[in-house]
Every structure is written in structure tokens, then in C-alpha cells.
Design a protein around this ligand. Structure first.
Ligand code: SF4
Length: 184
């Protein structure tokens, strides 16, 4: 199902939460451990990984209110069928509306997961109370992250993000940043 299909089926009722929806996978068994989930892809990423497989999702945009509303209406038709909603990207934490959206998804009875590279530790901290699982995309040793992401000094955030995620006890990754295995 494409996001255009979801938007076509949405009501005109606006939602105050703005998220730039870049895509929707309506059902997956792979993106949230041991749960049947859907994946919501959000537009925008501050990194520039040389191997990026989603370069069209890098440019940021604000998103229209009806975009997240359309996803909410899709979710309301999946209550009791899906167990979780996963926010992915791009880098989902680039979007200020994400905590409110996660809260709304939770209110519908879904667990909430996040795929993130952790570039905004402060935002991640504020988001963690609304999350049930985090997939932290460790891109390499923090000191050499610029090999994978050309944003200056981007390596400094990774150990911080790992520490925050580890405190909730629900982070998944092949290895902490100190050992620096590359996941994607
Ligand atoms: S973090 Fe993901 S979306 Fe962003 S540039 Fe890297 S691979 Fe692409």
C-alpha cells in the first residue's frame, strides 16, 4: 500500500500533528521483534551515508496535517490485527511532531517502535517515554562515523544515543558503538 492510497482514503478531518509521510508498509514481521507491525517512513535525514538506499527520503519537508491523519485512520482499521507501529525513515527524530504522533498511536492500543541512528539525543530522551522498542542503527565506530556520514562531528552523538536507549532496556542492535559493527 502506498501513502497515496492511504491519503486517498483519508477523511478531510485535520490533525494538528504534522508529519511528512514518505511511505507506509502496512504489515511486516521483520521490523519489530516478535510483533506484527506496520512501518511508517518519515521524510528527512541530517546524515549523508554514502551507501544510503533511501536518498529520496533525505530532503526534509514539514508535512501537511492530513498526512498523519491518514495514517491514524489506517491504524484504526488495524486495531486487533497489528500489534505495533514502527517509525522509520529517513531519520524519524528529525520531525518535531513525532512524540505527539507516537502518543496517538499508543492511545489506539499499538506498541510503538523506532528506527533511528540517534543523531538527536535530546529529542530521543523526550521520545523514549512513548516508545516500547528502539532499533538503534549503529553506523560504525563513533570516532570514524564520518566515513559513513559526511555531516561534520556527527560521530559525537552515537555513544549518547546508545546510553539513552539502553536505559529503557528495549534497544536492539548488533553491538554498542564502542565495538562499532555496521548494521546498514
Ligand atoms: S541515516 Fe539512513 S536515510 Fe539517512 S543518509 Fe544514512 S542511510 Fe540514508
Amino acid at each position: 500500500m502506498t501513502i497515496l492510497t492511504v491519503l486517498d482514503n483519508a477523511s478531510a478531518q485535520p490533525n494538528s500533528v504534522r508529519l511528512p509521510i514518505a511511505g507506509l508498509v502496512p504489515m511486516t514481521t521483520l521490523d519489530y521483534p516478535d510483533h506484527l507491525a506496520c512501518v511508517v517512513f518519515l521524510q528527512g535525514c541530517p546524515l549523508r551515508c554514502g551507501y544510503c538506499h533511501n536518498p529520496s527520503m533525505i530532503p526534509p519537508r514539514r508535512g501537511e496535517p492530513q498526512e498523519w491523519q491518514a495514517v491514524l485512520e489506517f491504524l484504526s482499521t488495524r486495531q486487533g490485527l497489528l500489534e505495533a507501529v514502527v517509525f522509520s525513515g529517513g531519520e524519524p527524530t528529525v520531525n518535531a511532531g513525532l512524540p505527539a504522533a507516537a502518543k496517538q498511536a499508543k492511545a489506539l492500543g499499538f506498541k510503538v517502535g523506532l528506527h533511528t541512528a540517534g543523531p538527536y539525543p535530546d529529542r530521543l530522551t523526550r521520545l523514549l517515554p512513548h516508545l516500547d522498542w528502539v532499533g538503534l542503527d549503529v553506523k560504525g565506530e563513533a570516532k570514524s562515523l564520518t566515513v559513513y556520514a559526511v555531516v561534520p562531528a556527527s560521530g559525537s552523538y552515537m555513544p549518547v544515543a546508545w546510553e539513552f536507549c539502553s536505559t529503557v532496556g528495549s534497544v536492539s542492535s548488533a553491538a554498542p558503538p564502542s565495538t562499532g559493527r555496521i548494521l546498514s
